[in-house]
Design a protein around this ligand. Structure first.
Ligand SMILES: N#Cc1c(-c2ccc3ccn(Cc4ccc(CN5CCOCC5)cc4)c3c2)n[nH]c1N
Length: 239
């Protein structure tokens, strides 16, 4: 998979070359290109923004610069992903969908966002997704790109040391992850639950699902609504 990101702060995306992602690059599993949007400016000030039509706070990113940058980076095999507070919520299902793509291009906006015509024009040639990573307001799209790239790349074959964990992701079965424990058996008078040391894997699996159900009920009850018809009698008794 090839991933490209366009930004006015390329240094912000250097973490894409660290740790797990860096090892995936070194092993040839992915290619990551980070491009400075100002490389497609031609004025002395290298301007990328201008005042919004219709008034309003802040500045909007100019369509000409973005248009030329996307023309240079995108191909007919690209999918354009645009982080924005006004986007569709980014989910594990979208991460799995993106992991099947050949070429992902991320457009990192700043200021109050990017002129909408950039996406309308790009949509003439490729899929364009305007996506939000959560209901809070950031200063730009770069942090969202770090989140989405990590969520996508970890799903690619060979990237995770333990591929089963990607399939067993808590969001994959619709529930939150339950608690985890490791040695020592007792720490600051707090003991590991006996069931986890029982060696009875049927009991352990049941206990873990019960913990996941309870945690989901208390922290994300709306996730249970979607699972209603998948819960068995025991699950319902736990809730
Ligand atoms: N993904 C993602 C993001 C982003 C995100 C992503 C990309 C850009 C590019 C610029 N910004 C800053 C910016 C701030 C304020 C505003 C105005 N609106 C905000 C909401 O209330 C109305 C007014 C617009 C843009 C970005 C923010 N924020 N939160 C997410 N989950």
């Amino acid at each position: 998979m090839k991933l490209d990101a366009l930004t006015i702060f390329p240094e912000y995306l250097q973490p894409l070359r660290a740790a797990l992602l860096g090892r995936a690059i070194d092993r040839g599993l992915i290619e990551i290109g980070v491009h400075d949007l100002r490389d497609w400016t031609y004025d002395v000030h290298r301007a990328v923004d201008d005042a919004p039509y219709g008034g309003g706070p802040g500045m909007v990113m100019k369509p000409q610069v973005w248009g030329e940058a996307l023309d240079a980076v995108c191909t007919d095999r690209s999918r354009l992903i645009v982080p924005t507070p006004a986007g569709r919520p980014f989910t594990q299902a979208m991460a799995r969908e993106y992991a099947e793509e050949e070429h992902l291009v991320f457009a990192c906006g700043r200021y109050e966002g990017i002129d909408q015509r950039v996406f309308d024009d790009a949509a003439r040639r490729m899929p364009v997704d305007e996506v939000s990573i959560g209901d809070y307001v950031l200063v730009g799209g770069e942090a969202a790109v770090l989140v989405m790239v990590e969520a996508v790349v970890r799903l690619l074959p060979g990237v995770l040391g333990n591929p089963v964990s990607a399939e067993q992701d808590s969001f994959s079965d619709g529930l939150l992850e339950g608690p985890s424990f490791t040695r020592p058996e007792v720490w600051r008078d707090l003991a590991v639950p006996d069931v986890l040391r029982s060696g009875n894997h049927a009991r352990i699996d049941r206990w873990r699902r019960d913990q996941a159900l309870e945690r989901t009920f208390h922290r994300r009850p709306e996730l249970l609504d979607r699972l209603a018809d998948e819960l068995d009698a025991h699950d319902r008794a736990v809730l």
